[in-house]
Design a protein around this ligand. Structure first.
Ligand code: PEP
Ligand code: MG
Length: 607
């Protein structure tokens, strides 16, 4: 078999084993046969029409749009208990009925005299191309959603009104697809699907988020997947490291079975510790909270032992839609999270849109440097009416549990003051409507711009809490675009410059008696978490998956050891020196919890 061809059962040739790399989408291992999910994208009719048939073609288009919207609505109804899927499906229903799409199709039908299938396919391809060409990973991701929506209308034109879903009546196996739509994932269950592998997608794509929610191991973003795997091929998928093995040898199968057993034994052990409080070996408590993007993830975070939500990225409510979310919709969503997590606290972050997080609904003019442009609180203050709708929804949600509000990307105290003013107005408006709310509503500042880290003491005077966003703090301090894959060697949270800024924030918090939390990716790295605790932090927020491991890592180290490591780190002058120092000191203690890429070869763990 060549690299570009499918497997063919060619006589006596031994099957060729292949290791393919992707991205870890959902942790876990699976062994099973490949089940291809055909998205039926081939064979679009390309027919020229007569000018006088244009009206008929457009009438076919309008009927197909109605049918596609109807069938998506049916799937949304069936998926009703799964909130995340429903909100994605509702976004699709809006996309199917998109006016711009209709206008573009109509132009091709009436002027270029293309049949409607051809016109639609060309429009979707062009729009997808534009989204991909924007160099914005989030937008590029959305181009796949657009294609999915185009396929639904094409399906309706061909008389297929039902979304394809996962084929029924097969043995449980591993789904192989270009990508899975929420309509398809709505039909997935752990019993029928052992694992998922997709050709496109990232950790934050819908497939990965939903696979994690359903606890199905997944590897996403495997290039040329469908050329290299054939229906029925035996596969091993390793969702921990983002690898798959096609047609494994007997030895590889035995090895994978062993690694899988070890992984699940450890994961079960860690999950069983869900209710055990996180402490250092010597008993100093550390609060570990969860970061979420979708309301559905709140219960997943609790299942992993989160003691509250330290970062709810509410901007995901604004993406993929044509109208801004209403106050009622936002209130209902926040309330659901707050009630799920109560009595534990939830930190609602006001929308962080702009930069790498795009929402067309805002129609932000393009910036030369989006990360340095109209993003997050800057955008909120520029659109105070939109911002106030969100603040009112948050104030109202506070009636149902313990809520804190947090502002992203503040660079100047003026911004925090302006938000405080808007928040006070929102509170007054909620009161005037006679609606309930919490008496006390803390307002915190995210410290993710170096200016704010330097002025941390001033911020601590006026904010009720500080939350360090290390992802952006690293981006802005090291002047490295956070989505750049080529400069990752420069963008390390172990850099002494970052450690010094964090130390300044910790000191400011302790001087002004304000809680300080870290909610960037640094908190989810077991070695970095130890260092942060050594530097004085007692609250960390991270993605759900990381909580059991960080808890376990902290439980194996005393506060004295962590402090000592922090003191040594402050003598170092480069990120490597800091990292090598913590690896040398702690990796032998927690080798089983670390990513093998972080370990020297001599310490590689078994899976
Ligand atoms: C951060 O910047 O560290 C952070 C937690 O926020 P986000 O990743 O959403 O920008
Ligand atoms: Mg940030």
């Amino acid at each position: 078999m060549g690299d570009d061809g499918k497997h063919e059962s060619s006589g006596s040739e031994p099957p060729i084993t292949r290791d393919l790399r992707g991205l870890p989408g959902s942790a876990g291992f699976a062994i099973g046969s490949a089940i291809f999910v055909d998205q039926g994208r081939s064979g679009v009719v390309r027919r020229r029409i007569q000018k006088h048939s244009a009206d008929d073609e457009m009438a076919r288009f309008d009927r197909a749009v109605k049918e596609a919207a109807l069938s998506l609505r049916e799937v949304a109804e069936r998926a009703r208990p799964r909130i995340a899927e429903v909100s994605i499906l509702e976004a699709y229903i809006l996309m199917v009925q998109d006016e711009t799409l209709r206008e573009d199709v109509e132009r091709r039908v009436r002027i270029d005299l293309q049949c409607v299938e051809w016109a639609l396919r060309s429009s979707v391809l062009d729009m997808g191309e534009q989204l991909r060409g924007s160099n914005d990973p989030y937008l590029a991701e959305r181009s796949h959603d657009f294609e999915f929506v185009g396929d639904r209308i094409l399906g309706a034109l061909a008389g297929r009104t039902r979304p394809s879903g996962i084929p029924l009546g097969h043995e449980p196996g591993i789904i192989v697809a270009r990508d899975l739509s929420p309509a398809e994932t709505a039909t997935l269950t752990k019993e029928r699907v052992l694992g998922i592998v997709t050709e496109i997608g990232t950790r934050t794509s819908h497939t990965a988020i939903l696979a994690r929610a359903l606890e199905i191991p997944a590897v996403v973003g495997v290039k040329n997947l469908r050329q290299l795997v054939a229906h029925g091929d035996r596969l091993i998928i390793d969702g921990v490291h983002g690898k798959i093995t096609v047609l494994p040898s007997d030895a590889q199968l035995t090895d994978a079975t062993e690694r899988s057993k070890r992984y699940y034994a450890m994961a079960t052990g860690l999950r069983a510790a869900r209710d055990r409080p996180a402490t250092t070996k010597c008993g100093v408590p550390v609060t570990l909270k969860g970061n979420i993007e979708l309301s559905l993830e709140a219960s997943i975070a609790l299942d992993h032992g989160a003691r509250g939500i330290g970062l709810y990225r509410t901007e995901f409510l604004y993406v993929d839609r044509h109208e801004l979310p209403s106050e009622e919709e936002q209130y209902a969503t926040y309330r659901q999270v707050v009630e799920t997590v109560a009595p534990l606290p939830v930190t609602l972050r006001t929308f962080d849109i702009g930069g790498d997080k795009f929402a067309s609904v805002f129609q932000v003019p393009p910036d030369m440097n989006p990360a340095l442009g109209l993003r997050a609180v800057r955008l909120g203050l520029e659109r105070p009416h939109v911002f106030k709708v969100q603040l009112r929804a948050m104030v109202r949600a506070s009636a149902h549990g313990s809520v804190r509000i947090m502002v992203p990307m503040v660079a100047s105290l003026n911004e925090l003051r302006a938000v405080r003013k808007l928040l006070n107005e929102a509170i007054a408006e909620v009161d005037a409507s006679g609606l309930p709310r919490a008496e006390y509503l803390p307002l915190g500042a995210m410290i993710e711009v170096p200016a704010a880290a330097i002025l941390a003491e001033e911020f601590a005077r006026e904010a009720e809490f500080l939350s360090i966003g290390t992802n952006d703090l690293v981006q802005y301090t090291m002047a490295v675009d956070r989505s750049s894959r080529d400069l990752t060697h420069l963008a390390s949270f172990f850099d002494p410059a970052i450690l010094r800024l964090i130390k300044n924030v910790i000191q400011a918090g302790s001087f002004r008696q304000r809680p300080v939390i870290v909610c960037g990716a640094m908190a989810s790295d077991p070695l970095a978490a130890i260092l942060l605790v050594g530097m004085g932090l007692r609250e960390l927020s991270m993605e759900a998956n990381a909580i059991p491991e960080v808890k376990e890592a902290l439980s194996r180290v005393t506060l004295e050891e962590a402090k000592d490591a922090a003191a040594t780190a402050f003598e170092a002058s480069t990120a490597n020196e800091v990292q090598d120092g913590v690896v040398a000191r702690f990796a032998p203690l927690i080798a089983d919890l670390l990513d093998p890429d972080e370990l020297p070869n001599s310490m590689l763990r078994g899976f």
